[in-house]
Design a protein around this ligand. Structure first.
Ligand code: HEC
Ligand code: HEC
Length: 350
């Protein structure tokens, strides 16, 4: 599948590169949207100047995101698996559910702050946000559709013909514009208004005593991986989950082929974590308490287990925590819930 992606990428973007210098500067009825970097955030990884979100591009991206036409059965839209109320995860589904009830092997990831991420999916198979949707669209167990068939379906709808024409300089309904529109929608999805953010930016909020204690514990026990304001250092690590014999998901090794990457997964962001249950790449843990019990007592040793979980003799010690400390960490994690983002109707289907 990965070789396949490289091939599609070449077809889609091979031709486009030569014209990159003629950036499309949106004018008139299609003004650029303001992409504001929150003051406590790093610089984005996504190159906004090459695909500046515009009013019409965003509108088109949103329409596509919620349109079942992107799948072979006409039902499974991106929004089917990525539901806003749960920070764009697939609520209650342990692993994702695609066309005709086909089951995937992984838990849907939240969609927010994607402009700040370098690689995508649990194993980093997609190295650019514009390419990520190729995976769900073409995966048999997800949307099971081809680009040529989607484009044909879109050509038949006058509102799409119009929106593509308004959003892109070449006015064309093609795969490149479709992917760019989806990215324009997704890069605007910034979650930066949680209680934690307001405290970080000195906007008047304060932690409760338990949240403050939880933050201190988090900084010493968790932040080496769930780092900084994005709550991920964007590396791939093995956090000691037992290999599930049903899926035998090899993680990052699937992309790099390196034995040293076996069973490593991308360190996930913890923003809006209160709502993105179940947890881990295969959704095996139901609650945040289960997650903390995993770190204190449930780690399984293996060749690639992250060294932070071992003592100097190489024995697995996990992350020792008392029950009270676990509760405090959970109280802190709940300050990462961003109701403004979850209720922002710019991103809602209706
Ligand atoms: C059948 C359910 C399903 C559908 C439909 C689906 N996704 Fe996903 N999405 C997932 C799962 C599961 C993952 C994690 C994939 C992996 O790690 O291999 C994911 C991951 C992603 C990511 C990576 C997020 C990150 O932080 O790395 C993005 C972006 C994304 N999806 C966007 C989309 C878009 C856009 C569409 C529509 C074209 C879409 N998805 C359709 C289930 C789905
Ligand atoms: C060595 C790096 C590392 C450390 C330290 C670490 N984590 Fe993780 N964390 C990960 C990785 C990697 C995953 C994803 C694992 C997977 O799904 O296979 C993860 C997953 C999670 C998840 C599930 C997220 C989701 O979207 O499903 C939560 C919650 C979490 N960690 C919280 C914590 C807390 C709290 C601590 C401190 C007590 C901590 N982590 C310490 C690397 C780490």
């Amino acid at each position: 599948m990965i070789k396949n992606i490289g091939y599609i990428v070449f077809i889609l973007f091979g031709a486009a590169c030569s014209s990159e210098k003629d950036e499309y500067v949106p004018i008139g009825q299609n003004p650029a949207l303001e992409f504001t970097i929150p003051s406590n955030f790093p610089e984005p990884s996504y190159n906004i100047t090459l695909n500046t979100p515009t009013e019409k591009g965003f509108e088109l991206g949103k329409k596509l995101f919620y349109d079942g036409r992107l799948s072979s059965d006409g039902v499974i839209s991106c929004g089917f698996c990525h539901i806003q109320d749960f920070a764009f995860t697939h609520h209650t589904h342990i692993v994702s559910h695609g066309v005709n009830g086909a089951l995937g092997t992984r838990n849907a990831q939240p969609l927010h702050n994607l402009a700040f991420m370098k690689e995508f999916t649990w194993d980093g198979a997609a190295t650019h946000l514009d390419l990520q949707p190729i995976i769900p669209i073409t995966a048999e167990v997800e949307m099971n559709e081809s680009f040529s068939s989607i484009l044909q379906k879109l050509e038949e709808k006058p509102e799409y013909v119009e929106l593509f024409a308004e959003a892109f300089e070449d006015q064309k309904i093609n795969s490149e514009n479709l992917l760019k529109a989806l990215s324009q929608f997704m890069i605007m999805m910034i979650s930066s208004n949680s209680k934690y953010d307001k405290i970080e930016r000195n906007e008047g909020s304060v932690f409760t005593a338990n949240e403050a204690a939880g933050f201190e514990l988090f900084k010493s026990k968790c932040a080496s991986c769930h780092e900084g304001t994005l709550f991920t250092d964007q590396s791939y690590r093995n956090n000691g989950l037992a290999v599930d014999p049903q899926y035998n998901d090899i993680g990052r090794n699937r992309v790099t082929g390196l034995a040293s990457d076996l069973h490593k997964f991308k360190v996930p962001t913890l923003r809006n974590i209160e709502l993105t249950f179940p947890y881990m790449h295969d959704g095996r843990l139901k609650t945040l308490t289960d997650v903390l019990n995993h770190y204190s007592d449930g780690l399984v040793d293996s060749e690639t287990l992250d060294p932070v979980f071992k003592n100097t003799d190489g024995a697995v010690i996990g992350i020792p925590m008392t029950e009270e400390e676990k509760d405090q960490i959970i109280d802190f994690l709940k300050t990462l819930t961003d109701d403004d983002f979850l209720n922002d109707n710019r991103f809602s289907e209706f």
